[in-house]
Design a binder for this molecule. Structure first.
Ligand code: TYC
Length: 101
């Protein structure tokens, strides 16, 4: 009896990759009041007072700041919700998203 396999089976290698995370970025502007930016960060991103203030000031001084990272859907939903909150008050407050490297 031959030792050579006559019916070799193919094996499928399934590669599962973690979904890329997306950053939510807060963009500075000259019109939205600081307190309102802090209010939105706390309401939408559930940060505490001090973290919201730190993120707001970083965007204010540097032009933009990463708020947090999420899966793409969550990042886009939160960015839209936070931008809408500003728009409803007539402010140009802007949150954008971009994929992490
Ligand atoms: N620059 C705004 C002001 O001086 C405050 C502000 C901070 C607005 C961060 C937007 O993303 C922002 N009133």
């Amino acid at each position: 009896m031959s030792e050579i396999a006559t019916n070799p089976r193919t094996q499928t290698q399934v590669k599962v990759e973690r979904p890329r995370l997306h950053k939510v970025i807060l963009v500075n502007d000259d019109y939205t009041p600081r307190e309102f930016v802090v209010f939105v960060l706390k309401a939408v991103f559930r940060t505490g007072d001090e973290e919201a203030y730190r993120i707001m000031m970083a965007a204010h001084q540097l032009g933009a700041c990463v708020v947090a990272v999420f899966t793409r859907d969550v990042a886009e939903t939160k960015a839209t919700e936070a931008t809408e909150a500003g728009r409803r008050k007539g402010y140009p407050l802007m949150f954008t998203t971009e994929p992490e490297e």
